[in-house]
Design a protein around this ligand. Structure first.
Ligand code: MG
Length: 377
């Protein structure tokens, strides 16, 4: 793979508020930088360089665990880009995209359009034709107008043939507005591909609200529900949400009869429109007799991730008079979190009685309901 992207994230920009550089501020459930990096996770891009400020020690530690290539920021933006380019030296890169981390709403279509244009031009970047009338002004007063014909608002990612932009940066005296200016100073032609009004650069505090609206409208959100019942039989314990709870009876079932975990697993399958446990693990198949339900839950979670979703949260309600769930609820929450590889705060396990009514009220069995919410950015 010979295409790379450099995400410049070494700025200290705190103009947008929040007291930390804007790339580390939360946005629609993740950080700005996480959204931006996700946008460049496309098969055409083989390497991603993240340029980090030397003082962002937590980020260095965190991203060292990922396939990203890390590079230190320079004295100014151009220095940071040059360090990012240097980090790709020797990897056989032919095309490189340079992108501001503060543009988390860039679409994959825009990224692909820039890459495609590099097949026929040494440089390419998204630009938005200016449609508003342009004024000059001073002290709150309009002092003149400017012709907007032929004017474009520049966006990123800006793409270049790798060797050409490395040479252009080496030759440039500095203080360029962006990499297109550096490229043009070296004589490279730069094609304009259609920009996207949603590809905003987060600069001011109010930009966060707009970026959040844009990201949420693209988000694929799925809900699923699950319901399960198991009957009591002989035994001295039940297994609920992965935890062994002593009781004077056990639950009957083909597997370990973990009614709570089954409801959660079915909620996950339901959110994906993938049927239920019975479809994936037929009860007629003897290999699942007595199986730990963890196997089913893991399978559902792996399927969720394979489809590009993440589990936003789970809510599970157990319905029984006995055993009492309260003393075990936190252990159940932790065990489900471990199996699903999620923070425990995303999983709720609670219980209710049915006021001695119906089969749960008569102590004939335990019922469980679960809801799962999945999101795909
Ligand atoms: Mg079941």
């Amino acid at each position: 793979m010979t295409t790379a992207a450099i995400i410049v994230a070494a700025g200290r920009g705190t103009r947008a508020g929040g007291g930390v550089p804007k790339q580390w501020r939360p946005l629609a459930g993740r950080r700005v930088a996480d959204w931006t990096l996700e946008r460049f996770a496309i098969p055409q891009i083989g390497h991603v360089v993240l340029v980090l400020h030397p003082e962002d020690r937590d980020a260095w530690k965190e991203f060292a665990q990922t396939p990203l290539i890390l590079a230190p920021g320079g004295d100014d933006r151009a220095g940071s880009v040059q360090n990012g380019l240097a980090a790709l030296d020797g990897l056989g890169i032919t095309k490189v995209l340079i992108h501001d981390v503060a543009r988390p709403c860039v679409s994959k279509d825009t990224i692909r359009a820039v890459l495609d244009a590099l097949d026929s031009h040494p440089g390419a970047a998204p630009g938005l034709a200016v449609t508003d009338a342009l004024w000059t002004g001073a002290e709150g007063m309009v002092t003149g107008t400017r012709d907007r014909d032929g004017l474009f608002a520049a966006q990123t990612p800006q793409g270049f043939r790798y060797d050409a932009i490395v040479a252009a940066h080496a030759a440039h005296p500095g203080a360029a507005a962006d990499d297109v200016e550096v490229a043009r100073a070296a004589g490279l032609t730069v094609a304009i591909v259609p920009g996207d009004p949603d590809n905003l650069k987060i600069t001011r505090a109010e930009d966060f609200a707009r970026a959040e609206r844009i990201l949420r409208q693209d988000m694929d959100v799925r809900l699923g529900n699950g319901y399960d019942v198991h009957r009591f039989g002989p035994g001295d314990h039940v297994i609920l949400c992965g935890i062994k709870v002593p009781h004077d009876r056990g639950l009957q079932g083909h597997s370990d009869a973990d009614v709570g975990m089954h409801a959660v697993t079915d909620a996950l399958y339901g959110a994906l429109a993938e049927g239920d446990i019975g479809r994936h693990f037929p009860p007629s198949d003897p290999q699942w007799k007595g199986a730990a339900s963890e196997i089913f839950l893991r399978h559902a979670v792996d399927l969720v991730r394979a489809r590009g979703f993440t589990v936003s949260n789970i809510d599970c309600t157990l319905v029984c008079e006995y055993p009492k769930i309260g003393p075990h609820a936190i252990a159940m929450q932790r065990e489900m979190a471990r199996i699903m590889r999620l923070e425990a705060t995303r999983i709720s396990v609670k219980a209710t009685t049915s006021e001695r009514l119906g089969f749960t009220g008569r102590g004939e069995g335990i019922a469980a309901l679960a809801t799962a919410c999945l999101v795909k950015p």
